[in-house]
Write a protein that binds this ligand. Structure first.
Ligand code: FPP
Length: 228
């Protein structure tokens, strides 16, 4: 493929609908969603041109869900690293968590800190995991960091350099599964000129073949960035 994204992002939507359609519990939808996430990370790490992959795993609005469901998602995050951290490491993958993790269970926080620490010198794919993340909040925290350094006015570049995703560049390609065509307060600043793709299938049905199809679609897009 002639043109691939440097930074790809995913809104992993539709886990519960996938489960409900099959008469399964919603938790099983998230379980399958987590398996798909692991496979996608592994696949992306093998594509040299893709350097960054961002995933919306838990939004600031997801706290409104039933506690049982929230706990199941937290457990899946922990399990993912317990089972796959070594494999990810062997694939030279670096993990960065974006968002306020202080509200998460202590064991999960510790795991997330360790995973970032253990992978910080890896030079392959960087995976940015958005957990308790909000796009507006990301911009606000960047501005507050600058105010603390006594900036009187800020430029776009100043903000870009203080986002939670820095030094990842702007997102080139966003995929949101399950037909919904919204950004849902994901990485608002980083998505300014992103190409977007909204396939109909639910996240648990995403796979290697569909990733390849999505990348093919991206490679045919004509990006003009507001110019000719
Ligand atoms: C969206 O589907 C999914 C989420 C809000 C959570 C994403 C979680 C995972 C992919 C699994 C666990 C995460 C990790 C990082 C291992 P939905 O629940 O909104 O489904 P719906 O749109 O059908 O209701």
């Amino acid at each position: 493929m002639k043109k691939l994204p440097t930074h790809i992002a995913f809104i992993m939507d539709g886990n519960r609908r996938w489960a409900v359609r099959r008469g399964l519990s919603k938790m099983l939808g998230h379980k399958k969603g987590a398996e798909v996430l692991v496979n996608v990370i592994k696949e992306l790490s093998k594509i040299n041109d893709i350097k960054y992959a961002s995933f919306f795993a838990f939004s600031t609005e997801n706290w409104n869900r039933e506690q049982k469901e929230i706990d199941a998602i937290f457990q899946l995050v922990e399990e993912m690293f317990e089972r796959h951290e070594q494999e990810f490491h062997n694939l030279n993958i670096k993990f960065v968590v974006m968002g306020d993790i202080s509200r998460f269970p202590v064991a999960m926080q510790e795991k997330l800190i360790k995973v970032q620490e253990n992978s910080k010198n890896n030079s392959g794919l960087t995976v940015l995991l958005a957990l308790n993340y909000g796009g507006r909040d990301d911009i606000v925290q960047a501005v507050n960091k600058l105010l603390k350094k006594n900036y009187k006015s800020v430029t776009e570049e100043d903000i870009a350099k203080n986002l939670l995703s820095y030094p990842a560049p702007d997102i080139d390609f966003l995929i949101r599964t399950s037909r919904e065509q919204r950004i849902s307060n994901f990485m608002l600043f980083q998505l300014a000129y992103s190409e977007m793709y909204f396939p109909k299938y639910y996240w648990p049905d995403f796979n290697k073949k569909r990733l390849e199809k999505a990348l093919k679609i991206y490679s045919k897009r004509n990006r003009r960035f507001g110019g000719n």
